[in-house]
Design a protein around this ligand. Structure first.
Ligand SMILES: NC(=O)C1=CN([C@@H]2O[C@H](COP(=O)(O)OP(=O)(O)OC[C@H]3O[C@@H](n4cnc5c(N)ncnc54)[C@H](OP(=O)(O)O)[C@@H]3O)[C@@H](O)[C@H]2O)C=CC1
Ligand SMILES: O=C(O)[C@@H]1CCC=N1
Length: 274
């Protein structure tokens, strides 16, 4: 039987995972989502037929897995509001919040619950997500398998055995889709400047990214070699890649991802004070 999963919070990340789960065949009646108002819930109910509820405590009744998918700013209030109920029901808890560590969440939830921290990303919506997972000591092998199965239904799953590495996962894949969306914007703008219609430039850029990612995933060759295969000596790509290297693309990516991980650590202090 499919796990009964309750999402606390029904925003961007929860709806992306829910959409991916439904597409992958998870029964809609085994999924519940909560939010303080109906504004987020009604479209989810209409689109996917899932159960919705504006009351967190009643929504977790009967759940095998409770996914905490609210903003870090409200996580404490949400956890403390649910702690009595969750201590009684003892489901597997999965938090997708950036920054807030497992020990802090555990304390807010009253202590001793099986808890997994997950850093997913929004392409989960189309079954192409990437999630990093870390389990606390209360999580047993069956629950690990349950979380793996749940997140694999919407994409790639990578477990990390050191919680601090989730900040690195955030920098690579949690926030990563935004880097590529930014790249699409930039490639579209540059394509338009070169004379292409915006829609054409956009479609070409997106298909190229999809093709490059698929090819890199399926190839035995590392990305550096695949890149060289495109770069005919003295040709066009060589000129463009030289420009990107000279402009410091690698340093830019390293600095941006350092800033991302640093912000996750900062958020732990800002929103996670026990
Ligand atoms: N967006 C992303 O790409 C990713 C996000 N995350 C993490 O996911 C979490 C959610 O982010 P995101 O989905 O973008 O945020 P959203 O603001 O889109 O969603 C948050 C949801 O939580 C609801 N909410 C607020 N208070 C409560 C409450 N007391 N009880 C139940 N629901 C409540 C909000 O409702 P309302 O608006 O009515 O207040 C909203 O539906 C964050 O912790 C973030 O770090 C992780 C990886 C990627
Ligand atoms: O920007 C954020 O804080 C969240 C976490 C990772 C992606 N979005």
């Amino acid at each position: 039987m499919a796990s009964r999963v309750t999402f606390i919070g029904a925003g961007n990340m929860a709806s992306a995972i829910i959409g991916g789960m439904i597409d992958n065949g998870h029964p809609a009646t085994a999924i519940t989502a909560t939010s303080p108002s109906d504004a987020f819930l009604a479209p989810l109910h209409e689109r996917y037929g899932i159960r919705t509820n504006t009351d967190n405590a009643s929504a977790v009744q009967g759940a095998d897995v409770v996914v905490l998918a609210v903003k870090p700013q409200v996580m404490r209030e949400v956890c403390e509001g649910l702690s009595d109920t969750l201590q009684r029901l003892r489901p597997l808890i999965v938090s997708v919040a950036a920054g807030i560590d497992a020990e802090t969440l555990d304390q807010w939830l009253g202590g001793g619950l099986p808890l997994i921290r997950c850093m997913p990303n929004t392409p989960s919506l189309v079954g192409a997500g990437a999630s990093g997972l870390f389990a606390n000591a209360e999580v047993n092998a069956e629950q690990r398998a349950q979380a793996t199965q749940l997140l694999e239904a919407v994409g790639l799953v990578e477990w990390v055995e050191e919680e601090a590495l989730l900040d690195a996962v955030t920098a690579v894949s949690g926030s990563g889709p935004a880097y590529f969306f930014l790249m699409f914007e930039a490639m579209e703008e540059a394509g338009v400047k070169l004379g292409l219609p915006a829609e054409t430039a956009r479609r070409l850029a997106m298909q190229t990214a999809l093709g490059a990612a698929r090819m890199a995933q399926q190839s035995d060759q590392p990305p550096a070699q695949l890149k060289r295969n495109v770069m005919s000596p003295g040709g066009t790509t060589e000129r463009a890649v030289e420009h990107l290297e000279q402009a410091g693309l690698r340093d830019i990516m390293r600095d941006a991802m350092d800033a991302c991980a640093a912000r996750a650590r900062e958020m732990a202090d800002e929103f996670g004070t026990r």
